[in-house]
Design a protein around this ligand. Sequence first.
Ligand SMILES: CC(=O)N[C@@H](Cc1ccc2ccccc2c1)C(=O)O
Ligand SMILES: [Mg+2]
Length: 368
Amino acid sequence: MKLTSVELRRVAMPLVAPFRTSFGTQTVRELLLVRVTTPDSEGWSECATLVDPRYSAEYVDGAADVMRRFFVPALAAVPDLDAHAVGRVLSPFKGHWMAKAALETAVLDAELRAAGQSFGRFLGAARDRVPCGVSVGIMDSIPQLLDTVGGYLDAGYVRIKLKIEPGWDVEPVRAVRERFGDEIALQVDANTAYAVSDARHLARLDPFDLLLIEQPLDEDDVLGHAELARLVRTPICLDESITSARTAAAAIRLGACAVVNVKPARVGGYLEARRIHDVCVAHGVPVWCGGMLESGIGRAANVALAALPGFTLPGDTSASDRYYATDLTAPFVLDDGHLPVPTGPGLGVEPVPELLDAMTTARESLPL
Ligand SMILES: CC(=O)N[C@@H](Cc1ccc2ccccc2c1)C(=O)O
Ligand SMILES: [Mg+2]
């Protein structure tokens, strides 16, 4: 396929409630959407960058800039582009995994729409619906947390993930266990907020039978996670540390993680995400699909990925209304704790034009 146009759209989506993590509080999701066209198709994707480099080194303006200056010109020069070629063409450029992921995904969507094949079919989905977990932010009080968790359990979520940070960790976990019992699937995510010297404190979470502790240490502290895994009984899961199938294999072999949060945006796209899935399955390491507060565009692709056989733990593939009163696409609605895997060509969803226009704050056609 030859790219005939690439459009970037900035979209502002207000969150239904502030979402607080160890790296800050978000009240609006500023998204960068990518739309590509080819002679016989169009493709959509969502870039997962935040407005500021707090989750990772990437940020929205940086992603738009690197696409505009380097990535799109390189891709536009390829006469017969396909999704597998995108990674190869962009490999001379270092990093910028979320920007690369957005372009690869838009090209893959265009390719699959033209072929009449769904993401799920292409990636190797083994199920037609996936069980969904939910990520719960740091709250102002324990009562507020318990009300929020109770609401999500009533909505049907099959797993609860609590954001934690020093000063908000053991108490909230204890309170949730005391209120909702030992049966609910419960895990925590620190987003790199601790140091290996906090091991004794983190071991105080062990009695609560958590599924995992996600990314307790800095993303580059692989050996620290391996040391922590020897001092804490709760399984360690990595998110920010896993940037490729190679780093996943290294982390597993070094004993740094027993579970992996697979996020296509963090690793350059769905093709690398599937390679990470395959590496983890080969090592007997369970994976689950992470989330970046995607709109329906990114959610559709994540739900398809979460249907692969190695995704044996519920992911952060929550319903649209967990974050947004109005989604850009038809809403993803939780049904008995599950979301259906889209079956249409490509992503199987597309933005609703009037909703997209209402939330668009800027749009730009890149010169090819
Ligand atoms: C669902 C979940 O917890 N996601 C990320 C963190 C995260 C948190 C807040 C965000 C706000 C705006 C955009 C992306 C964000 C990602 C994680 O697993 O670590
Ligand atoms: Mg995480």
